[in-house]
Structure formats: structure tokens, C-alpha cells
Design a protein around this ligand. Structure first.
Ligand code: BES
Ligand code: MN
Ligand code: ZN
Length: 500
């Protein structure tokens, strides 16, 4: 998608659809659309006055311009109550609108931002939210359908009216295009069925996508893992016939002794639970258990475009988690690459096992800051639902930066505790630590396990088990399917750490 800032008048803007966001309860035409309304003989004003369009969140009414304006349609989009309007909601409203417009075959979209809406954030934040909202609408889960009853049209150009001249907005818009492109690309991967997206395919897709970028790729195979004594990753991989891989991406944009950010993502291409097998209900969702790993790759692709002055390493251990005659069993003890012995109580707590070897790799590579991201626990899903990332950490400064990055990304994150009083949860009677325990505080337990491997370095763990995939039909504001959660957060974090 192409995007630009424009300073044409609304009625003179060429587009298939010109979006006018309307706040709930607004009964008069926004100043920026009054000349347009005149050309339309007062059609917009009439709709608002008669309360036929109320500005309710995600409400949408198209008005045909009948050649009276440069755009074909005027599209009123409700953004809900003004006091609830933040950039997360603006993104969601525009994403929903974008999906409707695509179904209607519109390719060229313009948005005129009324001052009521524009007053809610800086020009840069508005440009980001609007561009990403429309950009993220360019995705469908139905790419394997042979009969396309779903939207196939893409919105390929976006014009934003009313922010022209703001340098930060220009940059934000440019970055937003790169960020949504990277996000949509990996949403495709998360959506792919596990038979079409094995660890080897994952590595191949990454290889393909880094061509022509500034990223350096290395793929470790099982022999490399053995040489590096990655006993935890290998333990999970044992049960599967698909060879495990570890994808390592490097972006070198900073000084040698500057910060070295490591992003470590869980790449389980299918999680059956292993011998501690999962119930059949919803098991098909476990094709998306590589969402964290995909998000790391997405972030690296975006970082390669944004070019922050910092070094970043992306690490994605990837394998299936399957039951078989070779699979690990509850009670087994394995040794990770850092030398710690781990008692495997539950083979379904596999994410923390493979991440532990990924994190150790990051430490050995000289990471100064570590962020891991994973669809790690049902517990976080039950706690936060699909609308927030759960965050855990050991360093206030890094946590604050991650929060700022999430704000920029328009993603909600919520911090949960790692109090020392919970330390006993991961103590094993026969080994250094165990991978599963009591049936409560599950997301915290997983975080405490991971913390054992970060060598005391500043670290944040992002649990995206809820946010990576949206499927609650009760929630209408976010489209169903893979969300790309975390991609933009991590890319913004790299920029913030670099001092941008
Ligand atoms: N991949 C799952 C977590 C998950 C659940 C992600 C639902 C998305 C939706 C993870 O590997 C897992 O099975 N976690 C277990 C851990 C438990 C056995 C300690 C869980 O949360 O139930
Ligand atoms: Mn599992
Ligand atoms: Zn899993």
C-alpha cells in the first residue's frame, strides 16, 4: 500500500472512497467536510441532523457523490464517544471500515480528519493510527479458498488530509506503511495450517523474505543444536518427524559496544501438547503457536526498513510439539544449553523449554537487552482475553520503554507480577527447576521459568497467547484471525532503545 499526506480540500480529493470519521452524538457536519457537503446538496448534514447516522463505533454509511465531488463516494465512519477515542480505537474503526470498503471494491481511499478527532493525539500518532488501520485491513484469513466469496480487492493507496506539513507525521506515515506490510506478511504465516508451515518451511519463508534486506540470516539445524547442547529445544523436537530449526536474524545498525537488543520468539508450528496431549476441542488453533516467532521475524523485517541505529538479533527456535514413541515424557529431566537441569512435569509446557535455549543463545551472543515473545499460556488468555499482551520483566527502565513502544504501536499491554514470593513455584525436588506446577498463576510461573535464563540482564517477557489470534465473535471491533501482535511493539522498541 502507498500512503501520503495531502492538503487538498475534501471535495477536491480524488479517491474511490473518502472517509469522514464522525464522533458519536455529532449533529453538524465537521468543518473540514462542509464544502463537500454543499456539493452534495447537504446530504451529510441531513443524515446527521435526522440521526440517521449517529457516529456509533464502527457504524458506516456510504453516500454516493454522483460526480459532484472528485471522489466517487463519501463514507461516514463512526468512531464512537469522544472521551473513549484513543489511537487503539481509531485504528480498529478504520481497520473495520477498510474491510468494508475492500469488499465494495474500493482501492483508493482518502481520510479527512476532522479537528474533533485530530485533537485526540499528535499529528504523528494520528498518521500512524490511520495508516495502520487501513493497512491492517488488507488481510484475509481465506487465502486457501478456491472460490473467493471474501474480499480480494486490496486498498493500494491512502491519502490523509489535514496533517500536511507536519514532519513527524510524514515520517510516522512512512514507518506505518513498513510496519503494516511486515505485520500482514507474518499474519499470513500464523494463519497457515501446520501441514503447510513446518519448521523447515518457516526457515525457507524467512530466507525468501530477507532477500534484498539488510538482514543477515543463519539457520541452525539439529546437528548445530546438538553441538550447542540445546537439550531443552531438542527434548521438545524429539517427538516430531519434522526437523527442528533455529532461525537467527541479525541487524547491525549500531555501534559495536552500543546496546544489543535480542528478540526471542516461540516458534511451535503445531502444539498438540505432546504426551500431555491437549483435548481435541480447539486443538486446530495450535497451528498459531508460532505467533511469537513470526512476530520476531516481522519486527526484524520492519527494523530493516526503519533503520534504527542499534544492533538487533532475532532468534526463533522452531519445532512441532508431538506425541510419539520418541517423545519426552512427564518426569523426564533434560539439560539446557546454559547447563541448568529441567524436570519436565508437563510436556504441554513446551514453549518455555524451547525459549530457554533461545534466550541462552541470546546471552551468549552478548545481548544487553532481552525481549521474548510467545503464545505461552492459557492463563494469560483467561486473564486478559484477546485485547492485551501480558508483560513481565526484571527491569523498570526496559518495561517503561516497552510500554511506550506499545503506545506507539496501538497495542494494549498489561504488566503482571514476578514477585520473589512466587519463586518456589518453579523449584523441582530432583532438578534445578521444573516446567510446570500448581494450577494457578500460570502466566507468572512461565515468566519465572524464563527469568532463570536471562543472566540478570534487562528482560521483558511478552505473553501473546490471547492477543495473537482474535476469535471471540462477541468482540466486534477486531477482525477474526491472526493479529500480528507484537511486531510493531518490538520494532518501535528498537527505535526507542536507539534513542529515536
Ligand atoms: N501454546 C500453549 C498456550 C496457549 C493456549 C496458546 C491457548 C494459545 C491459546 C502452551 O504451550 C501451553 O500449552 N501452555 C499450557 C501450560 C501448562 C501445561 C503449564 C497452558 O497454559 O495450559
Ligand atoms: Mn503447550
Ligand atoms: Zn505451546
Amino acid at each position: 500500500m502507498q500512503a501520503r499526506l495531502l492538503n487538498t480540500a475534501a471535495e477536491k480529493t480524488e479517491a474511490d472512497a473518502l472517509i469522514v470519521p464522525i464522533v458519536e452524538g455529532q449533529t453538524s457536519v465537521p468543518a473540514e467536510a462542509q464544502a463537500l457537503d454543499k456539493k452534495l446538496k447537504g446530504a451529510i448534514g441531513q443524515l446527521l441532523k435526522d440521526r440517521e447516522f449517529r457516529g456509533k463505533f464502527m457504524e458506516l454509511v456510504p453516500v454516493h457523490n454522483l460526480n459532484n465531488a472528485a471522489s466517487k463516494w463519501t463514507v461516514l465512519v463512526g468512531v464512537g464517544k469522544l472521551d473513549q477515542l484513543d489511537m487503539v480505537r481509531l485504528r480498529n474503526a478504520l481497520q473495520a471500515a477498510g474491510r468494508v470498503l475492500r469488499k465494495r471494491g474500493h482501492r483508493r481511499v482518502a481520510i479527512v480528519l476532522p479537528k474533533e478527532v485530530a485533537a485526540r493525539a499528535s499529528a504523528a500518532d494520528l498518521a500512524r493510527a490511520a495508516t495502520e488501520g487501513i493497512g491492517l485491513s488488507n488481510f484475509d484469513v481465506g487465502s486457501l479458498k478456491t472460490r473467493h466469496d471474501h474480499a480480494v480487492t486490496q486498498i493500494d493507496s491512502l491519502s490523509l488530509i489535514g496533517l500536511n506539513g507536519d514532519r513527524n507525521a510524514t515520517q510516522a506515515l512512512k514507518d506505518a506503511v513498513a510496519l503494516t506490510d511486515a505485520t500482514n506478511r507474518i499474519r499470513e504465516w500464523v494463519n497457515a495450517p501446520a501441514n503447510a508451515f513446518t519448521p523447515a518451511v518457516f526457515a525457507d519463508k524467512v530466507k525468501e523474505s530477507v532477500k534484498g534486506t539488510a538482514l543477515d540470516l543463519k539457520v541452525l539445524d539439529v546437528d548445530d543444536m546438538r553441538r550447542l547442547k540445546m537439550g531443552a529445544l531438542l527434548a521438545v523436537a524429539r517427538g516430531s518427524d519434522e526437523p527442528a530449526k533455529m532461525i537467527v536474524l541479525r541487524y547491525s545498525g549500531g555501534r559495536k559496544n552500543g546496546p544489543n537488543l535480542a528478540l526471542v520468539g516461540k516458534g511451535i508450528t503445531f502444539d498438540s501438547g505432546g504426551i500431555s496431549i491437549k483435548p481435541a476441542q480447539n486443538m486446530e488453533m495450535m497451528k498459531s503457536d508460532m505467533g511469537g516467532g513470526a512476530a520476531v521475524v516481522g519486527a526484524m523485517l520492519a527494523i530493516a526498513e526503519l533503520k534504527p541505529k542499534i544492533n538487533v538479533i532475532g532468534i526463533v527456535p522452531t519445532t512441532e510439539n508431538m506425541p510419539s514413541g520418541k517423545a519426552i515424557k512427564p518426569g523426564d529431566v533434560v539439560t539446557g544449553s546454559g547447563g541448568k537441569t529441567i524436570e519436565i512435569i508437563n510436556t504441554d509446557a513446551e514453549g518455555r523449554l524451547i525459549l530457554s535455549d533461545g534466550i541462552t543463545y541470546a546471552v551468549n551472543e552478548g545481548a544487553t537487552h532481552i525481549v521474548d515473545i510467545a503464545t505461552l499460556t492459557g492463563s494469560i488468555m483467561r486473564t486478559l482475553g484477546p485485547l492485551a499482551i501480558g508483560a513481565f520483566g526484571n527491569d523498570q527502565g526496559l518495561m517503561d520503554l516497552v510500554r511506550r513502544a506499545a503506545d506507539l504501536a496501538g497495542e494494549r499491554i498489561w504488566e503482571l507480577p514476578t514477585w520473589a514470593d512466587y519463586d518456589g513455584l518453579i523449584e523441582s525436588e530432583i532438578a534445578d527447576i521444573k516446567n510446570s506446577t500448581v494450577p494457578w498463576a500460570g502466566a507468572t510461573t512461565a515468566a519465572l521459568f524464563l527469568r532463570e535464563f536471562v543472566d540478570g540482564r534487562p528482560w521483558v517477557h511478552l505473553d501473546i497467547a490471547g492477543s495473537a489470534w482474535q476469535d471471540a465473535s462477541e468482540l466486534k471491533t477486531v477482525p477474526k484471525g491472526p493479529t500480528g501482535s507484537g511486531v510493531r511493539v518490538m520494532a518501535h522498541l528498537a527505535q526507542l532503545l536507539a534513542g529515536h
